[in-house]
Design a protein around this ligand. Sequence first.
Ligand SMILES: [Fe+2]
Ligand SMILES: [Fe+2]
Length: 472
Amino acid sequence: MSTIDYSQKIPNNVDLKSDKRLQRALEAWLPDYINWWREMGPTDFNENDVYLRTAVSVDRDGWANFDYVKMPDYRWGIFLTPTEPGGKIGFGDHMGEDVWQSVPGEYRNWLRRLIVTQGDTEPASVEQQRLLGLTAPSLYDMRNLFQVNVEEGRHLWAMVYLLHSSFGKDGREEAAELLERRSGNADHPRILTTFNEPCHDWLSFFCFTMFTDRDGKYQLLSLAESGFEPLARTTRFMLTEEAHHMFVGQTGIARVVRRTCEAMNENPDKTAEEMGVIPLETIQRYINYWASSSLDLFGAEVSSNSANFFGAGIKGRAYEQKNYDEHTALDQGYQLDRWSDGSITTEEVPLRNAMNEVLRDEYIKENEKGIDYWNRECEKAGNDFRFTYPNRRFNRKVGEWSGGFFHPNTGEPMTKEAYEAAALDWLPSQKEADYVKSLMVQVTAPGKFANWIAPPLRGINGQDVDFEYVKL
Ligand SMILES: [Fe+2]
Ligand SMILES: [Fe+2]
C-alpha cells in the first residue's frame, strides 16, 4: 500500500517532504497554477460543489475517491505507480540495462521535449473547454466535464513534477511556460495545432474526448515503457484516469446517436432540425473533422525523432512488453504508403523510423471499435445509417498526406477541385456548426437532459442518473 502524505500542501506518494528544495519549488508553482486555473479553467463554477473523484492512492481500488469538492480546492497531487525493484530498460539500444532514475545527460533535451509537449496538452484542453459548463446538457454531463478538467490539471502537475525534479533550472522555466501559453492565442499558442482548435459545443467535446484524448492515451502508453523510470511510473498512473475521459467521449456520442434515432422513429415525417436533434450526417462530419485532426498528433509517418526516441529507450511502442517479442526494432522494415509527385507508392522504411505510424496503427484500431459501438446504436434503433472512420489520408495537415487531397472513405487521391466541391459533405459547414451551437442550452434540473442527447444508461460511481452531480 503506497501512502499519500495529506499533511502536505501537495498530496503525493513521492516523499516530497524529504526533498525540501523540490517541495519549495512546487509550493511556489502552486499559486501560479491556481491563478491559471481561475483565469483559464472552467468559467463560473469555481464556487460550486462538484461530485468529483480524487486520487488518494495509486492502488487498484483506492485511487478513485468520490466526494463533493469545489474545483479550486481539488487536491491536485503527484502520484507515481510503485517502482519495480531491479527494473530493466525494455527496448532500444540500452535494452537490458538498469532503468534510469535520473535523466541521462545525452538524452536530456529529447526527454525534456517529450515531457513539455505532453505537459502542454493538459492545460490546453482545459482552456479549450472552459466555456462548456455554461451549456452543459445535464448535471451529469457537467460533472463529467469538470472531472476531465481537474484530471487534465493533475496531469499537468505530473509533468511539472518531472520538470522540477529532474531538469533543474530549465525544467523550472519550462514549468512556468506551461502556464503562460494559451490555447488559440496567435502570439503564444499551445504547442500542437489540435490543442489550439476551439471546442465550443458538446458534440465537439465528445469528439475531442473520444479522438484527441485517445491520442493522449497512446502517447502515454508509449511513454509508460520509457527507460526513464519516473516518467514511466507517472504516465502509468495517468492512464488510469485517462480511461474515463474516453468513456465520456464514446458514450457521449452514443447518447447523441440514440436520441436522434429515437426522435426519427417517433416522427418519421420530420427533419432532425424540426425536432431539435443532431442529424447523423452531421455527427459523421464532426467525426471526420476531429478524427483527422487527432491523427496529425502522431507526427510524420517517417521520422528520425521517432527513431531516436526508440533507440534511446525513452519512448517505446504501445504495450511494448506485452505485444512484441523483439524489442530492438533493428534490421526490420515497415511497409509504408508514400505520397510523391501526385501518386501513391509503397516503400519499406526502417522500422524505427516508422514508430509514429506503428503507434497510429494501434490508435486507429481502437477508434474503429468506437465506430462499431455507435453503429450498434443505429442497429438497435432499426436505422440503416452507418458511421465510418475516415481514411487516415483524409484532411491531414501534418505528414505525408498533408500535401494532397484524399477521399475520406477510399483514401484515393483527388484533384483539389473535386475535393473542394465535395468537402461540404465531409466536414462540418459553418451553418451546421451554428445549428449544433444553437442546440446547446444548459439544463440544470437533476435527471433532466437537453433535447438533443439521451440520458446515460447509469450514473457515476453507482449513483442514480438524477443524482445532484453539481450543486448550483
Ligand atoms: Fe491528460
Ligand atoms: Fe484526458
